[in-house]
Ligand binder design. Structure first.
Ligand SMILES: *Cc1c(COP(=O)(O)O)cnc(C)c1O
Length: 375
């Protein structure tokens, strides 16, 4: 990335995992500009061929039978939550509307998604919290079993908590959640807004656990920088959602669909996901070496694929500021973690440069009087 006056930055924030193919990827630029010369928006009251195509491609590549396009992660989650409640309504059990969620979760900033996320800092001052979410500790199966009751509709979980501090769910935990859902006739809803579309080295993170959800929300990376989200569901889970039950004005318009299809063109190229897994591992190994070199500043490496984090021993904001001084962009996450979410297209050169800049930032922090005072 370059500033207006030409300074160069290495961007490992990538718009918070949005710029999955980096900035100005030629294929995305071409798809967007070509579409811009044709038609930008028509209502989805009309059939949009590229929307059908992107929907069919997502269906072919995942567990899903149906896709609803929207404009953001929170909207995709709203649709997922409505789908879960409506499923039980359509099944004759309207009393099943509650959803089990997890501590440290982040699902967006709408009224339903702040209630689902349950974080006091996002709920404060916005009136009564939307009813119907039961939060339990992340990874605690016993607590999940206790929370599931006759009013439960679904379990909602991020396979890798992003904002919560780069915490991957144990694959065995996800498999157990799948079993609990099957035993109780409730839906497994995944939030892959951050972990999806190649970020972990599989198209979707659930693949690592060998399970399939009933409903899944995606956004961020699928748009490559264009606001685009989607809610995916199986035929059965979507049975309560008929045309008109839910809707959107902007969602799935031709501009968004041109970009979404172009992102998939690249991510589904043979070898691309393997590249993400390989380069993610190399970045992770380099970060682990930096933790060894700077044990006073860095505690450990978190995450998977190119969804990585450094748990800091100094305030993460201070480390992020020091990184920015080195012209390196990263984002904060919960649990005092510095999040690294580079474009999936990075190579060894960017990994080497990133490691060097993080090393230099650590040296600079140690040399600064403030850090000595804190120590
Ligand atoms: C970013 C994010 C959201 C919310 O997406 P928005 O596009 O900001 O509404 C939801 N869930 C997860 C896991 C996210 O990372």
């Amino acid at each position: 990335m370059f500033t207006a006056d030409g300074q160069e930055y290495l961007d490992f924030a990538a718009g918070i995992a949005v710029n999955s193919l980096g900035h100005c990827h030629p294929h995305l630029v071409e798809a967007l500009t070509e579409q811009a010369r044709k038609v930008w928006h028509v209502s989805n009251l009309f059939e949009i061929p590229d929307q059908t195509r992107l929907g069919e491609r997502l269906v072919a590549a995942t567990f899903a039978d149906h896709v609803f396009f929207c404009n953001s992660g929170a909207e995709a989650l709203e649709c997922a939550i409505k789908t879960a409640r409506r499923y039980h309504y359509a099944s004759g059990s309207p009393e099943r509307y509650r959803i089990v969620t997890f501590e440290g979760a982040f699902h967006g900033r709408t009224m339903a998604t702040i209630a689902a996320g349950g974080q006091p800092k996002y709920l404060e001052g916005f009136g009564p919290k939307l009813e119907g979410f039961d939060q339990v500790p992340f990874g605690d199966l016993k607590a999940v079993r206790q929370a599931v009751g006759p009013e439960t509709a679904a379990i909602l979980v991020e396979p890798v908590q992003g904002e919560g501090g780069l915490r991957p769910a144990d694959p065995a935990f996800l498999r157990a959640l799948r079993e609990i859902c099957d035993e109780n006739g409730i839906l497994l809803v995944l939030d892959e807004v951050q972990s999806g579309v190649g970020r972990t080295g599989k198209l979707f993170a659930y693949e690592w656990a060998g399970i399939e959800p009933d409903v899944m929300a995606i956004a961020k990376g699928i748009g490559g920088g264009f606001p685009l989200g989607a809610c995916l569901a199986t035929e059965e889970a979507a049975k309560g959602m008929q045309p008109g039950t839910h809707g959107t004005t902007f969602g799935g318009n031709p501009l968004a669909m041109a970009v979404g299809n172009a992102v998939l063109d690249v991510v589904l190229e043979p070898g691309f996901l393997q590249h993400v897994a390989d380069i993610g591992l190399r970045l992770r190994q380099g970060l682990a070496r930096l933790v060894d070199t700077h044990p006073d500043l860095l505690e450990d490496v978190r995450g998977t694929g190119l969804m990585l984090g450094l748990k800091a021993r100094i305030p993460n904001k201070d480390l992020i500021a020091a990184l920015r001084d080195q012209h390196f962009l990263a984002v904060a996450a919960g649990d005092n973690v510095v999040r690294l979410l580079p474009p999936l297209t990075i190579g060894q050169a960017e990994v080497d440069e990133a490691l060097q800049k993080i090393d230099q930032a650590c040296e600079a922090v140690r040399a600064a009087p403030a850090a000595q005072g804190a120590a």
